[in-house]
Design a protein around this ligand. Structure first.
Ligand code: 3HC
Length: 405
């Protein structure tokens, strides 16, 4: 499949991510078949897309299109055959349940043209395992978008064990056609880059709450004070506590039991408090974005500790050859979460102190995944700027090669 041949895209699942992906594709000129299992989900998605397009139109960001033209490119459907029979690409965005995704994959394979590519927007799960369901495993890839899809620039492009180079290139070209920044993930590891790097800081946050060292408001206020767009607890609510739990429990199963979702989160979920989508979670969202008392900060928690455990996790990914350029990790974090500084600036500080601090946090909290890895002692400081430069150069060379053919 070549990007120049692609006109029709299908998106399976019209929830938080699916509706955003459909909007993004339609904004960039693709016809989009948006499939879900109930009319009410499709109606809700269309309303959300209209609201978002209204904002973009007010800001003059719709270029030559108007709202109706963009909406007209989105065809809601409840039927797999209608959604898929004319599509060159499908992006699966159904809930994070492996057995559900596997059954969807079988439908996709059955109804799509033979040359079509299957992308999954899974947040954490194995692309290789999903691809093993079907024959066209070389045409299966991870395309992990970030919430809110319209605003977040990064898309992780994840290679499964069987994914072909052609499929990788196609997915990268597609991401560029959406005016996004593709970040290749060369190995199919749980959580890929961003969610994986963020995961140990969630474990640390949970320990801080469990040990009653500080409150969620205090920690979020600390983060807002250092310029983050959202504190970590507000972000958990924003993404959804159910999504968070799926990720944490998947990591616990695949990497280390220490990642497991804590009881206090499970309790909120059992009470039906999933965060923004249900109006209540850690915070009250019933009147819009929750009010964080920015004066209620704490000195008992050093925000840098939360980034430090991320640096250690990132070092594991670099050592394991998961990224093309080490700086891709900061590039992904900056463009997926709005953390403009990234995390590797911490390595500019006294390295020995950082290593000792990680050992101290591991001992204090009784959590081994925080223990610093040997590689952290010797690794050079990754540069997002260099990674971006290298990526732009490669892209230019590919464009030149194409033009010379
Ligand atoms: N469509 C179009 N524009 C939108 C929009 C939408 N759906 N939503 C918001 N906007 C615009 C607003 O109009 C506003 O524009 P302005 O600055 O010109 O006025 C701008 O975006 C910012 O929105 P708000 O003023 O409403 O709110 P904030 O300034 O607080 O920004 C935010 C909201 C962009 C979500 C910001 O808080 C943020 O970057 N948060 C971090 C999000 C993040 O980390 N995402 C990644 C989550 S992890 C993930 O997705 C992985 C998955 O696997 C779970």
């Amino acid at each position: 499949m070549k990007i120049t041949d692609l006109n029709n895209v299908a998106v399976i699942g019209a929830g938080d991510m699916g509706h955003g992906i459909a909007e993004l594709c339609a904004l960039n000129g693709y016809n989009v078949y948006l499939k879900d299992i109930g009319q009410k989900f499709l109606d809700r998605a269309k309303n959300r897309i209209r609201e978002s397009l209204n904002i973009l139109a007010r800001k003059g960001k719709l270029k030559d299109d108007n709202i109706e033209t963009v909406l007209g490119r989105i065809i809601p459907t409840l039927d797999y055959k209608q959604a898929l029979e004319n599509c060159g690409l499908v992006i699966e965005a159904v809930p994070e349940i492996m057995s559900l995704k596997k059954s969807v994959f079988i439908e996709l394979d059955f109804n799509l043209p033979k040359s079509a590519v299957i992308a999954t927007n899974t947040s954490n799960m194995s692309i290789t395992e999903l691809a093993s369901q079907i024959k066209r495993s070389s045409q299966v890839i991870g395309m992990h978008f970030f919430n809110p899809v319209i605003l977040m620039k990064a898309i992780e492009i994840i290679r499964g064990n069987d994914t072909s180079n052609e499929t990788m290139k196609f997915a990268e070209d597609f991401a560029y056609s959406l005016h996004k920044l593709p970040i290749p993930v060369l190995k199919d590891v749980p959580g890929f880059i961003v969610n994986r790097v963020l995961a140990p800081s969630s474990v640390l946050l949970n320990k801080i709450i469990e040990k009653k060292i500080a409150t969620s408001n205090q920690i979020d206020a600390n983060f807002r004070k250092i310029g983050q767009p959202m504190g970590p607890f507000e972000l958990m609510d924003y993404v959804g506590l159910d999504i968070y739990k799926h990720g944490a429990d998947y990591f616990a199963q695949k990497i280390d039991p220490e990642f497991k979702s804590p009881k206090w989160v499970n309790d909120l979920i059992n009470e039906g408090k999933l965060g923004k989508k249900t109006d209540y979670g850690i915070y009250d969202w019933s009147s819009g974005r929750p009010t964080i008392n920015l004066e209620d900060t704490t000195e008992k928690v050093d925000s840098k500790d939360l980034l430090l455990v991320q640096v250690n996790e990132a070092a594991k990914l670099i050592e394991n050859g998961v990224v093309e350029y080490p700086g891709d990790i900061d590039l992904a974090i900056q463009n997926a979460t709005g953390n403009v500084s990234g995390i590797f600036w911490l390595l500019k500080n006294d390295r020995e102190y950082l290593i000792n601090r990680l050992n101290f946090i591991a001992d204090e909290m009784g959590v081994e995944i925080f223990r610093p890895i040997e590689f952290l002692k010797e690794m050079t400081i990754p540069s997002a700027r260099k990674a971006l430069k290298a990526r732009k150069k490669k892209r230019k060379e590919q464009e030149n090669q194409k033009n010379n053919k």
